[in-house]
Design a binder for this molecule. Sequence first.
Ligand code: G3H
Length: 230
Amino acid sequence: SGLVGDIQDGLAELDNGVEVVIIPPAIYATLVNAALAESETSVGIQDVSRWNKGAYTGEVSAPMAHDVGCRYALVGHSERRELLGETDTLIADKVDNALSASLNVILCVGETEAQREAGAQDRVVGEQLKQGLSRVSDADWLRVVVAYEPVWAIGTGRTATAEDAQSVHAVIRQTLNGMGAPAEEMTLLYGGSVKPDNAKELFAQPDIDGGLIGGASLSAPDFLAICRAA
Ligand SMILES: O=C[C@H](O)COP(=O)(O)O
């Protein structure tokens, strides 16, 4: 589409070494992958089936996503946790499915507004990590990215302050470390109303390595400005 072309043209002029992954709705993955064929930008899928093999009409499995050129799978987005009832056990299965299909995983974690008000964000996020990544083998850790997305900040225009986001990111890194992961080498993204005017401050935090961009990615100039800030 025009949007992908405009993003691709802008990225070609960017020389800050930022890694960009575009994660369209599954049905567009092939088209987006074809549009990006000549570039460094890779394509991901927003979810994978809980099954990697078998007759499950309508499901899109991790191997299928890999077949059409996807290199990343988003797993455990809060909308799926909330609206589709995805549990940490199911999410652990999906992480496993994606990794075994040679996809990199972006696991989304984050607390709800009520959990934040109760001061429970560190505990909630810690649990989501421990359960969602419980079956990752040592050899696969560097194919796992964690995206911290406070639910109250997604699509609401309310961004976590850079300090609040950093504080949870530090907990994420510590938790991963405690799980035996090479936490210092792993990529941690912040998501939730990232925009051109707040990206720089967020990305300047020591434990925030990049962003998971929703609404702002629908405008090529905004998305490119965020990529420039990375
Ligand atoms: O999937 C994208 C993230 O949930 C962030 O969305 P947002 O940037 O529109 O808040």
